[in-house]
Ligand binder design. Structure first.
Ligand code: SF4
Length: 377
């Protein structure tokens, strides 16, 4: 895998998708020596469930372990330090990681109990957990989410789970953004496996999950987070720690240089099933409000999730209002005429945005120009 590659797989069998993605990305060759100590770093900020949009799905961790053990890697561990106010041991137990550890014989490392090491991170002194620094290869496993302070959270911010609690508190006194960028200059991010299954609209702790049913693999945490901005409809320049990390030499924030490799198409229509039309569990309230501006017909999860994120951006900008015609989306519109639609399936509409699926950042621009502006005139 090259540093500018981002491999993407869609679906709902998360463990099998993970194994296929790692195979296609050539992770075993990437790591090389079978004697290396490999750490998996999920995002377990607390005991909140993955299906609520907060934490890494354990199926991804199982997939990574099975792949690595199949390829002869024996020295694996799962390391994490939950957020201040929660014990990592409780998160491990509540989210099934204690069972995973026993099943596969992979130890859990509670970094809240680890020793801190002082590091010079490109001119800023920060304390980092010793075991995180001593590992030979680190697989960062963040969740794509919106965030109330930093706007997005993914690879770069997930590294905050590699520092002691005292340092997490200090990060907030330093404004959070700058130390996140500096931390990226010393912690390992050898491989990034991104959980883009159902991260929250804009809260780290979940509650409003948006189903995308995707997993990605990347090597550059800066490029990865810049691509997250595209997927959530946020201009990368509004997330200052990404640009700072780029200036510090961690990676490249220019997504036009990313080489996207889609391993399959987004064809599942699980979003509709998961969020209520068939199994009657209601949409989360905020997602439901945004869904009121849409008219989905057999829409794929990744497509519909991108539209929901784009509508969330427009809503935050005060641009949504009653009376706008619904935005059509989904395979059910193929070959049909209509007013406004998103995704290649609506290409016969008077106004349609191409893409299969389109990115939220492009949907925002398209809807501003063809939906909101048009109605004003
Ligand atoms: S354009 Fe159509 S086929 Fe493509 S992701 Fe959207 S709904 Fe699915």
């Amino acid at each position: 895998m090259n540093k500018n590659d981002i491999f993407i797989i869609h679906g709902t069998d998360y463990k099998d998708m993970t194994i296929r993605l790692l195979h296609e990305a050539g992770l075993a060759e990437e790591i090389g020596d079978r004697e290396k100590h490999i750490a998996l770093k999920p995002n377990l900020l607390g005991t909140m469930r993955p299906e609520d949009g907060a934490t890494t799905h354990p199926e991804l961790v199982c997939g990574v372990i099975e792949y690595l053990q199949f390829h002869g890697f024996r020295h694996l561990s799962i390391m994490e330090s939950s957020w201040v106010g929660e014990r990592t041991s409780r998160s491990f137990a509540a989210l099934g990681y204690t069972d995973i550890s026993e099943k596969y014989g992979v130890p859990l490392i509670d970094l809240q109990k680890d020793e801190a090491v002082s590091c010079n991170t490109a001119g800023m002194e920060l304390h980092v957990c010793r075991k995180a620094l001593e590992t030979d290869f680190l697989i960062n496993m963040p969740v794509v989410k919106g965030h109330c302070q930093t706007l997005v959270t993914c690879a770069l911010k997930n590294n905050k789970g590699l520092i002691p609690n005292s340092e997490k508190r200090r990060f907030h006194t330093m404004g959070l953004l700058k130390p996140i960028a500096h931390l990226s200059t010393v912690v390992r991010n050898d491989f990034i496996l991104v959980d883009n299954i159902c991260g929250d609209l804009d809260f780290e702790e979940g509650g409003n999950p948006v189903y995308m049913n995707r997993i990605w693999a990347a090597k550059d945490p800066v490029l990865c987070d810049a691509f997250v901005c595209d997927c959530l409809g946020i201009p990368v320049d509004e997330v200052s720690y990404i640009r700072m990390a780029e200036r510090l030499g961690t990676g490249c924030a220019d997504t036009s240089k990313a080489h996207l490799v889609f391993l399959n198409e987004s064809t599942d229509t699980e979003y509709v099933e998961i969020t209520g039309r068939r199994n009657s569990s209601p949409l989360p309230r905020r997602v439901q409000k945004l869904a009121g501006y849409t008219a989905p017909k057999d829409s794929c999860s990744a497509c519909y999730g991108s539209l929901i994120h784009a509508l969330n951006r427009l809503n935050e900008g005060g641009k949504l209002r009653p009376g706008l015609p619904p935005v059509c989306i989904g395979q059910g519109y193929q070959g049909q005429a209509g007013e406004i639609g998103v995704g290649t399936c609506t290409s016969c509409f008077s106004k349609s945005l191409k893409g299969c699926p389109p990115k939220a950042i492009d949907i925002v621009t398209f809807l501003e120009e063809n939906w909101i502006q048009k109605r004003k005139n």
